[in-house]
Structures are given as C-alpha cells and as structure tokens.
Design a protein around this ligand. Structure first.
Ligand code: SAM
Length: 222
C-alpha cells in the first residue's frame, strides 16, 4: 500500500491541554494528541479500514479513527477507562475491556493498521508493572520488554499483509538515569515486522522526562 499523505520526518506538536478527566485519570504525557493520531491514520490507512489500538488509554486513536471515517477496535485493561472511551465514540463496541498480553484469548478480526502508544516503564526504580495497568508491583524492565514485544507480535498477527504497525514510544530520563525504551523496543520489533522509518516528535515545550519521542513505523511482512 502506498502512503496517502506521507508524514514529515519531524512532526512539531504543542503539548495539548488535557481535559479535566485526563488530568485526574492520566499521568502527564500519557495521552498523545488527536492531531498526531489524525496524521498517522490518514497516512497509513484508507477510509473504511479498521484501526486497532491494543492500549486504548483515553481513546485518542479511536476518536481520531472515527473522525477520519475509519473503523476502530481497541483493548483497555482499566474498566473505568473503557467506560470513558466508550462515551467518546458513536459505537461503544469499538472498545473492549481486555488484557492485550492475552490477545489470542479474544476473537479479533483482521485489521488494517495497528496504532498505539504503550504504557511506559523506566529501567530503574519502577516496581509498578505497566502491563497490569500499574496495578501490581512485580515490574521488571527486561520482562516488560519481552511481554510488550509479544503484544506487538500478536497485534501484527492480526494485521493484513502490508498493513502498518505504528508505535509511539520515547527514550526517557529520570533522576539522571536514561531509559532507552524506544531503542530497546526497536531492537525487538525488527524481528516482528519490517522497519520502514521513524518519525521524530518535536514537542513545544519539550517535556523534561523525555530525551526524544518517536513514532516507529513497520510493515507486516508478506
Ligand atoms: C500510554 S496509555 C495510551 C494512551 C493513548 N494513546 C491515549 O492517547 O490516550 C496506555 C494504556 O494502556 C493500558 N494498559 C496497560 N496494560 C494493558 C494491558 N495489558 N492490556 C490493555 N491495556 C493496557 C493502560 O491502562 C493505559 O490506559
């Protein structure tokens, strides 16, 4: 599939003003802006196609998919977030209350685009496990990388041939310690799908906990 409106190498974004709900429910920077989802959905899918987000969060991907005339499907582990997202959509059945780490347990259709931003973890001092929605304290960075890569592998299995996987992911700094999460994940993702390109997100103002933010774009191997 040729891209419809190829995004630039660098996307300049103003940090969005969070809604009152996002302020109380989400960490700073946890939600990406509608504008970013809109650019990526228009670039990597066509009207009527199905966009899948295994980590729905506040529902940005699905709200942008709806606005762009695509269909949507997503998983979210937190029941209250599921309800919040459903209220933002014309078709609440797009959001399923579920665990992306056991995606194969659900009957999910073939999808045309996987677009997501996973829950993040620093490599040090981070007992909260991102993949239980930070609800357990058995966090382990290397295990997290393996489990997250397995989520992407399962999501790519749902993709049609030549469909795109687009992952928004950052390298981070916390108390002087850098976590090269984007690089660590990229090292695993290249065994799952064909790397196509990276897009740099240039935030204004730049968040103090990010060294650089990316969208990594992959194509499903034939
Ligand atoms: C970074 S947020 C996604 C933000 C989203 N892009 C947005 O703009 O709102 C990641 C979401 O994944 C959810 N999550 C974490 N572990 C999960 C799992 N195993 N299965 C499904 N959702 C999960 C978290 O509760 C969180 O809402």
């Amino acid at each position: 599939m040729s891209s419809i409106a190829t995004p630039p190498n660098v996307i300049h974004l103003a940090k969005p003003t969070p809604s009152r709900h996002e302020l109380t429910e989400f960490e700073d920077g946890e939600c990406y802006p509608l504008e970013l989802a809109d650019i990526l959905i228009n670039a990597y899918s066509r009207p009527g196609e199905l966009v899948f987000d295994p980590f729905v969060g506040s529902g940005t991907t699905l709200v942008a998919a709806q606005a762009a005339g695509r269909r949507g499907l997503g998983l979210e582990i937190h029941a209250e977030r599921v309800e919040w997202c459903r209220a933002r959509l014309d078709d609440p059945s797009w959001v399923r209350h579920g665990d992306a780490t056991i995606m194969e347990a659900y009957t999910l259709p073939t999808v045309d685009l996987v677009l997501t931003s996973p829950p993040y973890m620093t490599r040090l001092h981070h007992p909260e496990n991102p993949l239980t929605g930070y609800q357990t304290t058995d966090g382990d960075y290397l295990r997290y990388l393996t489990e997250l890569a397995n989520v992407f592998k399962s999501a790519v299995a749902l993709l049609r041939p030549n469909g795109k996987l687009v992952v928004n992911i950052a390298n981070m700094i916390d108390a002087g310690h850098v976590t090269s999460l984007a690089w660590d994940m990229a090292a695993r993702l290249h065994t799952i799908a064909d790397f196509e390109r990276e897009i740099v997100i240039d935030w204004e103002p730049a968040p103090d906990w990010i060294t650089m933010d990316y969208c990594l774009v992959y194509t499903k191997r034939m």
